[in-house]
Design a protein around this ligand. Structure first.
Ligand code: GLC
Ligand code: GLC
Length: 627
């Protein structure tokens, strides 16, 4: 029996108490708390009154199907409005294409008012209530959300809540000495506290500025984890929590369905710690979540935590972030393409893929950001790999173009003091298309095949599905030239999109291959849910994993199949043909008499072993099953 979802009054009561208890844990006996909490609850009531009926209906639908985002039909895309379509209105002209591709979720990169020319790609927000006038208006954003939703696409936008731009009204107020904003940022009169904090914090953008603090014109110092013009908010002040909760509710009421919670690791600071991933960061996220559950119970949070894998998964819970980027899988896809060695990726799928019930990974090949090698040194050590040496190899492979490398990436934020670096580039350029490497198209398909066959929600950086190349013109663009991530954020690749149905072009080959995989995924429920079981291929260059089938309780959708394996995936990272021996496959062969490779549609006789071409892969399902 489906239960009636809790109504507003019930949520206000239950989640309101959760909110209060979370805030008391965070703020203890801070005398400001009672006043802020009372005001916040009044804000929540007002936001509910303003929530449009259409969104309240959607909320009820989501409440009735809380794991809707884990469906195999889900496919996410991401783009910059200006680069992809000019404006929000221009973006709507691409809706027929989004449907052609199969998108059900679209992340529009930050589109709010921001400083010019450098706004960190919009991640320095000056007002959440105003769309960047170059892109459109708040009315356009609402219309975009509605139009997308009418086409089965959920809108995601960023909630950049760790910091604001230095042009935000709160920042201007703080700088001018307005007592209302006194405590909104981490501002100190001299270097004493900045020095104390910086003894234990990491430098995130060392090419922009050293340390965590930057000087203000009046001689004071302000915390800026990222760029000098992105000032970290002080969540030690409950008024900041309330202020940002209001901005969040405002966005929710515009029709946004997913909030990408930017830079979650950094939101709480404590002297003597790294100021990353502190327990209060989780409590704050849960408190934001409680606020949302009252007013916009259908909304999801996506965690952006690009940190140690132990810490990444800590943000995932139905009460905190239901979704999280999977940066480990992303980085290890690139690792396995470079090394032709599947072991680190296989290890991650075996030991770090499971997520709490009611949560899912966003699996992706690359994002708008750099690729950092965020694997755990202790995991690498188990395979006899030295983490530091290996990261330096990967940076050289993807950037330095040493003989034998197919990649055309660029370095990002090299830290001269520590030797740390990350890399940036488009999927196609990193995979060899720019260098004219003959394995490039196969590598691009292989990389996406992993994101598409490991459960969760696959995310495509739009343009990558037609093989867009690096765009080096950022070097001439004001506000962009010092940030090499722009190499991987090209303008809409019109020519390549025009070629997408022409199989003789690389754009056409990539597009056809990806469309095929997307269609397979969306018609086979076995791809939903991310429960993976590793498969030992006895060859370091061959990756194997499987998803449970009907024999297991976890996939009720495939009841007609008697087989305990619903899907078996094998991929060859080597540059030559490889065979998985029949003895290695005998366990699978015993489970079902015949297997079908969904990708080619052909019957595979596992008793003969399995031959995989260079960068080739198969998606095997038991013949006759309705997975
Ligand atoms: C996130 C964004 C990145 C931005 C940073 C600061 O990591 O993905 O692009 O620079 O936050 O907002
Ligand atoms: C993120 C990460 C950092 C990443 C940056 C965006 O939040 O912590 O590693 O490179 O911000 O570029």
């Amino acid at each position: 029996m489906p239960q009636t979802p809790p109504d507003f009054a019930t949520r206000r009561d239950v989640e309101g108490r959760r909110l209060e208890s979370l805030l008391r844990r965070i703020y203890g006996d801070d005398p400001r708390l009672d006043r802020e909490l009372a005001a916040l609850l009044a804000d929540v009531d007002a936001a509910w009154r303003q929530r449009p009926d259409a969104l309240k209906i959607l909320d009820r639908k989501r409440q009735g199907d809380p794991e809707w985002f884990e469906s195999n039909r889900m496919l996410a895309g991401v783009c910059y409005v200006d680069r992809y379509a000019g404006t929000l209105r221009g973006l709507l002209e691409h809706v027929p294409y989004f449907r052609e591709l199969g998108l059900t979720y679209l992340h529009l990169m930050p589109l709010f008012q921001a400083p010019s020319p450098n706004s960190d790609g919009g991640y320095a927000v000056s007002s959440y209530r105003h769309v960047d006038p170059a892109l459109g208006t708040m009315d356009d954003l609402r219309a975009t959300a509605t139009e997308l939703r009418d086409n089965g696409i959920s809108l995601a936008v960023d909630f950049v809540f760790n910091h604001t731009s230095n042009e935000h009204a709160w920042a201007k107020g703080a700088l001018a000495g307005d007592p209302a904003y006194d405590d909104f940022y981490w501002i100190y009169p001299d270097r004493e506290m900045p020095d104390a904090f910086e003894r234990t914090t990491r430098e995130i953008f060392p090419e922009d500025h050293p340390g965590s603090f930057v000087p203000l014109p009046d001689g004071r110092w302000v915390w800026a984890t990222f760029h000098t013009f992105q000032w970290d908010l002080n969540y030690g002040n409950p008024a900041v929590f309330r202020a940002m909760a209001n901005e969040m509710l405002f966005l929710a009421n515009q029709g946004v369905e997913i909030l990408r919670m930017d830079a979650v690791a950094f939101i709480w600071k404590k002297l003597g710690t790294s100021c990353e991933n502190l327990p209060e960061a989780h409590l704050l996220l849960q408190a934001f979540n409680a606020v949302c559950r009252i007013v916009a119970p259908g909304l999801l949070f996506l965690s952006e935590a690009i940190v140690h894998p132990d810490d990444v998964v800590e943000y995932m819970s139905p009460d905190e972030c239901q979704l999280s980027y999977n940066p480990l899988q992303m980085a290890l896809i690139w690792n396995s393409l470079a090394t032709r060695d599947s072991r680190m990726l296989g290890q991650a799928l075996a030991t770090r893929h499971a997520t709490p019930p009611g949560t899912a990974w966003v699996n992706y090949v690359r994002s708008h950001d750099d690729i950092g090698w965020t694997f755990a040194d202790e995991d690498a050590a188990l395979l006899g790999i030295d983490g530091t040496d290996h990261r330096s190899f990967l940076n050289r492979f993807y950037v330095d173009r040493f003989p034998g490398s197919f990649a055309r990436g660029v370095a990002f934020q090299t830290n001269e003091k520590t030797g740390d670096s990350r890399i940036a580039g488009t999927t196609a350029s990193l995979a060899g298309l720019e260098a004219g490497d003959e394995g490039a198209v196969r590598r691009i398909l292989l990389a996406h095949s992993i994101a598409l066959s490991t459960g969760g929600l696959p995310l495509i950086y739009l343009g990558d599905e037609v093989g867009q190349l690096n765009d080096y013109r950022y070097a001439d663009e004001p506000g962009k030239r010092d940030d090499s991530r722009w190499v991987g954020r090209p303008r809409y690749p019109a020519g390549r999109y025009a070629d997408r149905h022409d199989a003789r072009t690389s754009a056409g080959a990539i597009y056809a291959g990806l469309r095929h995989l997307i269609a397979l995924r969306s018609t086979h429920p076995v791809f939903a849910g991310g429960e993976l079981v590793p498969f030992d291929t006895h060859d370091a260059q061959l990756l194997g994993y499987q998803q449970p089938g009907a024999g297991s309780a976890s996939s009720p959708g495939s009841a007609s199949s008697p087989c305990s394996v619903g899907l078996a995936v094998f991929a060859n990272l080597a540059d030559d043909m490889r065979t998985i021996e029949s003895t290695t496959l005998s366990g699978l062969a015993a489970l079902a008499p015949e297997w079908i490779d969904l990708v080619t549609g052909s019957v595979v006789d596992l008793t003969q072993g399995l031959r995989l071409g260079p960068q080739g892969f198969v998606w095997l399902v038991p013949a006759g099953s309705s997975v």
